[in-house]
Design a binder for this molecule. Sequence first.
Ligand SMILES: [Zn+2]
Length: 91
Amino acid sequence: MPNKKRNRKLAIMDEHEGWKLRVYHKKGSGKKSPRFLVKCGCCDSSIEIFYSKTHIEINGVHASLNEWRELLIPLLNGEVDFGDELREDDI
Ligand SMILES: [Zn+2]
């Protein structure tokens, strides 16, 4: 992980007119995996992301890297068809 300086200030706009995430990192210790604490840029909402070389846990949801890749990469690349509305039973 590159040692990029991360935002920790509230209400900082990003270049796409959204709020910058506030990102904190904690090293692992003993049996505890390293984690990111990601806070909303406008309020106290947050998610915890624990990670290892093979798995990621996001807010208590634990899966392999491949599972997360399948879900998140298309989403992050804007490749999800937003015209298709999800039904409750699809979720
Ligand atoms: Zn917020």
